[in-house]
Write a protein that binds this ligand. Structure first.
Ligand code: NAI
Length: 282
């Protein structure tokens, strides 16, 4: 069912790689709610992923941009305004990558070039995007920018590695830029801290299956799915949340407020090294 909550709104959606991407479901939901948008990803992801298939389904153009490049971002913002016929009302920044995570390096043995790259792609890129948008005056009043975060910004998930710092920085940029963009142009900026979700990036984290199941059993509502996340993003893009900004909002079925759940406790066997779920992962 559609309520046309985004009718007449224009935007950019970053980060749809394939059907499992959080941005994929978000794009389909935005389309259903009447929004029009341009899709963006790296040239490589466009070539090897399925963005073009999504663009056909959503009747939207695809523009390549590396989020670490200010030239690419400025070009994308200009082209999006031209294609969509005016300033933008929403942006979804659904981007993250850490080679240290991909290479499964221990936190005390990280490659620093990869660490800096992870911060650049996963966090600083939001600042670059917002600064470019501000300089080009690309966003309408009360436009809504949403990025995706994870509770690893606040707590240690021992294989989340340098992405913990990237997410902490990302959430801090949400607050700082949210203040400046809000007071100058009434643009709002929020991050959604999402449950573990089986996406390409998610599954690249060592032990992902175990902490997916652990989170599911810790959360009174269970893990939030990608489709749930998409629906929540719609509310943040809509006019119903006009006064919400600079927040990290937990979209996690209650995980972040739970200390220990009955489900987890009843699966714990003292003296046993396996806990809740064990698929023989490291
Ligand atoms: P995904 O792998 O489908 O999406 C990540 C996207 O980032 C890909 O489309 C990739 O091409 C893009 N990307 C990487 N480097 C880029 C660059 N230099 N320029 C432009 N785009 C680039 O995985 P997912 O899970 O949908 O990730 C989206 C966001 O959600 C990320 O920020 C991730 O950290 C966050 N998130 C994911 C969770 C999960 O469990 N999957 C949980 C909480 C947050």
């Amino acid at each position: 069912m559609s309520n046309q909550l985004l009718k007449g709104k224009r935007g950019i959606i970053f980060g749809a790689l394939n059907e499992s991407s959080l941005a994929w479901d978000a794009a389909k939901e935005v389309k259903k709610e009447g929004g029009s948008f341009v899709l963006s990803n790296t040239a490589l992801a466009i070539r090897f992923g399925k963005v073009n298939q999504l663009s056909e389904e959503c009747n939207s153009k695809v523009i390549a941009a590396d989020v670490t490049s200010i030239d690419d971002l400025s070009n994308l913002l200009n082209q999006a305004m031209e294609i969509l016929g005016g300033k933008l009302d929403f942006i979804l920044h659904s981007v993250g990558m850490s080679r240290n995570v991909v290479k499964k390096r221990e936190y005390y043995d990280l490659d620093y070039n990869d660490f800096i790259e992870a911060l650049d792609i996963s966090a600083l890129s939001l600042h670059k995007l917002l600064q470019s948008a501000m300089k080009l005056d690309a966003l309408n009043e009360y436009a809504s920018v949403v990025t995706l975060s994870y509770i690893g910004a606040q707590r240690v998930f021992f294989t989340y590695s340098d992405m913990s710092q990237a997410k902490a920085m990302l959430e801090s940029i949400v607050r700082s830029f949210g203040y400046h963009y809000g007071s100058q142009k009434k643009v709002r900026i929020n991050s959604v801290s999402q449950s573990p979700t089986r996406t390409t990036a998610g599954k690249g984290i060592r032990g992902f299956d175990s902490f997916y199941h652990f989170a599911d059993k810790m959360s009174p509502l269970g893990n939030a799915s990608s489709n749930d996340c998409a629906k929540f993003i719609i509310t943040l893009f809509s006019d119903y949340t006009r006064m919400v900004t600079m927040q990290t909002i937990y979209h996690d079925g209650g995980f972040s407020s739970t200390g220990i759940s009955k489900e987890v406790l009843s699966n714990y066997r003292p003296g046993c090294t396996c806990f809740v779920h064990d698929q023989g992962e490291e």
